[in-house]
Write a protein that binds this ligand. Structure first.
Ligand SMILES: [Zn+2]
Length: 283
C-alpha cells in the first residue's frame, strides 16, 4: 500500500480498514482483521476491568463490567484502540456475604491480569490501558502496575485515572437529588439507566438502606472490614433520584476523557524508552 494512501486512510477513517468499519472489540474481529486492528490501534489495547457484585437491589451484578466496557468501546470508537474481552476478575472480598458475588483469590487476580497482559503483548500490542470500573480494585491495580518494574518486559501498562471536569460536575450537582453516594448510588444508577435501561429496576432502589453506618471508630488506621462497617447492604447512597440526563452527562465525560488518554498514549514514546533504559541499567 502506498504511504500516502495509508496516511489518508488513517486520517479520514479512524476505525475503517479497506472501506469497512472495524470493531474495537477483540472478540468480534476475525484473526485477519485482528492483525490489521493492531496496526490501526498503533499498538494500544484497553482492558476494561469490572467485577461481579451486588449493586443495591436495583442494578445488575455486572454493573461495573457493563459500565467500564461501554465507556471503553465508545472511547475506542472516537480514537481507535482494541478493547479486551469481558473481564471480571477483580478484588471483591468485601461482598462475599452477598448473593451472586464472584470473588477470586488474591493470587488468581494477580496472575490472571499478568497473563492477560502477556498475551496482549505476545499479539503485538505494547501499550495497555487499564480502565477500572470498580473502586475495590484501585489499590490492587496501582500495586500491580508498580510491580511491572520487578521483571524486564517489552510493554507498558497505563492506568486510566479519570478526573472530574468542574463544569460537568456542576451540572450534575444541580440535577442530583442526593448528596451521598459511592456505590449503586444516584450517579451510578443514572449511568446504567443511560446505557442498560432494560436491566435497571428503579422500583427496588429504596428496598434497602444505603445510608452510612459508622460502626468503627478508628482514627488514622485502616482495616479490611471498613466497608462492611459502613455499608453492610453493599449499597452506598440514595439512588431514587437517578435520571438518564445525569447518566448521560457523567458517562460522556468519561468517554471524552478516555478517548483523549488513548490519543496521548498512542503518541507517547517516552514511557517505553525509559523502561528500556531502566532495564538496561540493571545489567
Ligand atoms: Zn459499581
Amino acid at each position: 500500500m502506498k504511504r500516502e494512501f495509508l496516511f489518508l486512510l488513517l486520517l479520514f477513517a479512524n476505525s475503517v480498514i479497506f472501506g469497512q468499519k472495524i470493531s474495537p472489540s477483540w472478540e468480534e474481529l476475525t484473526s485477519e482483521e485482528f492483525a490489521k486492528a493492531v496496526k490501526l490501534s498503533e499498538g494500544v489495547c484497553i482492558i476494561p476491568i469490572g467485577v461481579i457484585e451486588k449493586h443495591g437491589q436495583h442494578l445488575p451484578l455486572g454493573t461495573d463490567v457493563y459500565n467500564a466496557r461501554e465507556i471503553s468501546l465508545r472511547a475506542a470508537a472516537k480514537e481507535y484502540a482494541i478493547v479486551f474481552p469481558t473481564y471480571y476478575v477483580g478484588q471483591i472480598n468485601e461482598a462475599k456475604h452477598q448473593p451472586g458475588t464472584i470473588a477470586y483469590s488474591p493470587e488468581m487476580l494477580y496472575k490472571f491480569l499478568q497473563e492477560s497482559c502477556d498475551e496482549i503483548s505476545r499479539n503485538g500490542i505494547k501499550k495497555i490501558i487499564i480502565m477500572n470500573g470498580h473502586g475495590g480494585n484501585n489499590n490492587f491495580l496501582k500495586y500491580f502496575c508498580q510491580c511491572q518494574l520487578a521483571a524486564e518486559k517489552d510493554y507498558a501498562i497505563f492506568i486510566y485515572t479519570p478526573e472530574a471536569d468542574a463544569e460537568t460536575q456542576k451540572k450534575i450537582s444541580e440535577l442530583r437529588k442526593s448528596n451521598t453516594g459511592g456505590h449503586a448510588d444516584e450517579v451510578e444508577s443514572s449511568e446504567m439507566m443511560y446505557i442498560k435501561p432494560e436491566l435497571v429496576k428503579m422500583g427496588r432502589a429504596n428496598a434497602e438502606s444505603g445510608a452510612e453506618l459508622n460502626r468503627l471508630n478508628l482514627k488514622n488506621a485502616y482495616t479490611a472490614i471498613w466497608w462492611y462497617g459502613k455499608y453492610p447492604n453493599h449499597y452506598a447512597g440514595d439512588a431514587t433520584g437517578a435520571s438518564v440526563e445525569i447518566g448521560e452527562l457523567s458517562f460522556n465525560q468519561e468517554v471524552q476523557q478516555l478517548s483523549e488518554v488513548i490519543r496521548i498514549i498512542k503518541s507517547d514514546k517516552a514511557t517505553i524508552n525509559l523502561q528500556k533504559k531502566f532495564f538496561n541499567e540493571w545489567h
